[in-house]
Write a protein that binds this ligand. Structure first.
Ligand SMILES: Nc1ncnc2c1ncn2[C@@H]1O[C@H](COP(=O)(O)OP(=O)(O)OP(=O)(O)O)[C@@H](O)[C@H]1O
Length: 497
């Protein structure tokens, strides 16, 4: 087995982490906030720039770090996070960089570390309330708890109705979920929620689970991803214990399955068969089933018609990306709930510069709180802009453009009504700007066809693909048309390439 020194191990881990994490999380939490400290007896110790970062990363990411360390070394590796600064304040973290001959951190990271050193002593701050802003202490306290704690029944602790914010994009899914939680298997069975990543499907499904267990504590509930269902079943075939598997899945009252689209990938014939029978048994026994997916049932390829029609037999509903107004409302609610005061223009800035994905929105919100905490300053527009800059690609200063902004600009450019553009009208004066808007969404946001389809009032991804091809072909043939699209692009991005 190859022996790794600290530097080689950490470099290897960073390469893998970069591939597995969204860029803003990687840049903000891993590359800049962690410093390799020691590696002995298969135990890797990482130093953190603050007590704060230490608590947050330990709770959320230790298992990921351990998996990646094992991938790199080939050996089970324990990962521990420390905050040496608190214990040995005389020794600045930069000294560790020198002794380990790692590359110097980027300039902004140094600034980040220096700013954090004196300010991250949350407890000291708490003892001297006259010197600390209450909102910053609050910020510190909300970041520390593990937000995704899974309970014994596999439900994530804080994915409840109480923490779910309702807006136009998820109103129907939310109302149906509440109805199910009040009277399981009476209406909407099965219940199938679909939508793009990070929009709250899992959250809502777990909220149903929590509320059912609260209302009907005697009910037996299983919450699982379809991938785990398949893996567990395959394992049971190998162990010759399929009967116990059946007992586990067929004698329950509530089945919640996340990411059901995974069943359509690969062959998995025996697992699909098992799932089909599980479904039928629970359905016959009038037990509630809830599924989430990134696409509607008809778009899950390689799924037998009989299973697809089972999914369609209950209620199928989508969660759409939140529009600007809803994103703003979500941020305000988060700020209010955490008792953090944020200037309105700072809220507007986050809402319009971060994507429509609520997971990313939350990441940006936390980054802003972190920077405010580091600088012990109120959350102003200026601070927010700097915090968001940390989490966006530094080389690419371009603003993150949202589908909402694109459609609104297209409406303005072609003098079309927004409702009509998003609606069903097929006349040329509406259909062409709609196709152009879809093409620009694909070009400028890099979102997938299904995601864009969902954002355009639940249209199919093939409609978006057709629109993009049509616009590109017309641009090739018609120079004037091409010029007008380029002009529109500049108007939206503010960048003239
Ligand atoms: N309406 C909402 N109110 C409050 N928090 C939300 C809402 N929607 C999503 N979130 C939060 O955003 C994050 C992502 O949500 P979730 O995991 O449910 O997304 P998802 O649609 O299941 O995504 P994926 O398909 O990638 O699993 C979670 O932290 C969740 O709590």
């Amino acid at each position: 087995m190859e022996q790794f020194d600290l530097t080689t191990l950490w470099m290897g881990m960073l390469t893998e982490l970069k591939q597995s994490l969204p860029p803003q999380i990687y840049d903000n939490w891993f590359e800049s906030a962690l410093i390799p400290y020691s590696y002995e007896n298969n135990e890797l110790t990482l130093d953190t720039a603050s007590k704060f970062v230490c608590a947050y990363i330990s709770k959320r990411y230790t298992s990921l770090l351990e998996t990646i360390a094992q991938n790199v070394t080939g050996l089970p590796t324990r990962v521990t996070l420390i905050n040496s600064v608190e214990n040995t304040p005389q020794e600045p973290p930069s000294a560790i960089y020198e002794t380990q001959s790692l590359p110097e951190p980027a300039a902004h990271n140094q600034e980040w570390v220096q700013q954090e050193l004196p300010s991250m002593e949350i407890e000291t701050v708490k003892k001297k309330p006259d010197t600390a802003l209450p909102e910053i202490r609050e910020a510190a306290s909300i970041i520390s708890p593990a937000p995704d704690t899974r309970l014994e029944n596999n439900l994530i602790q804080n994915y409840t109705f109480e923490t779910f914010i309702v807006g136009n994009s998820n109103r129907i899914a939310h109302a149906a979920s509440l109805a199910i939680a009040e009277a399981p298997a009476k209406k909407y069975n099965p219940f199938y929620i679909y939508g793009s990543s990070g929009l709250g499907k899992t959250h809502l499904m777990h909220a149903i689970g929590h509320r059912i267990l609260h209302n009907f504590p005697q009910m037996r509930l299983r919450c699982i991803t379809s991938e785990d269902f398949v893996n567990e079943f395959i394992q049971c075939i190998q162990d010759k214990s399929t009967e116990s598997f059946r007992q586990r899945y067929r004698n329950i009252d509530i089945l919640l399955v996340d990411d059901i689209q995974f069943l359509g990938r690969g062959d998995k014939e025996s697992s699909k068969e098992e799932f089909f029978h599980t479904f039928n048994k629970l359905y016959q026994d009038q037990k509630q089933m809830v599924f989430t997916s990134d696409r509607p049932p008809q778009d899950i390829k390689r799924l037998e018609d009989r299973l697809r029609s089972r999914f369609q037999s209950g209620m199928v509903t989508s969660i759409d990306p939140p529009d600007l107004e809803t994103r703003t409302a979500i941020l305000k609610i988060w700020a209010q709930k955490e008792n953090v005061s944020i200037e309105n223009n700072a809220i507007d800035y986050i809402a319009s510069n971060v994507s429509e994905n609520i997971r990313d929105l939350n990441g940006a919100f936390i980054s802003v709180l972190l920077l405010a905490s580091a600088e012990k300053s109120p959350i102003t527009l200026n601070l927010t802009q700097r915090a968001i800059k940390y989490i966006t690609d530094e080389k690419d200063e371009k603003k993150y453009i949202t589908i909402d902004e694109i459609t609104k600009s297209v409406c303005e450019f072609y003098n079309v009504n927004y409702k009509e553009l998003m609606g069903k009208k097929k006349t040329k004066d509406i259909a062409l700007p709609r196709q152009i808007a879809m093409y620009l969404c694909r070009e400028l946001t890099g979102n997938t066809y299904p995601h864009i389809g969902t954002a355009f009032n639940g249209r199919d991804h093939t409609t978006v693909m057709h629109a993009c091809t049509k616009v590109m072909k017309t641009m090739e043939k018609d120079i004037r048309f091409k010029e007008s699209i380029e002009k529109l692009k500049i108007k939206i991005t503010g960048v003239d390439n």
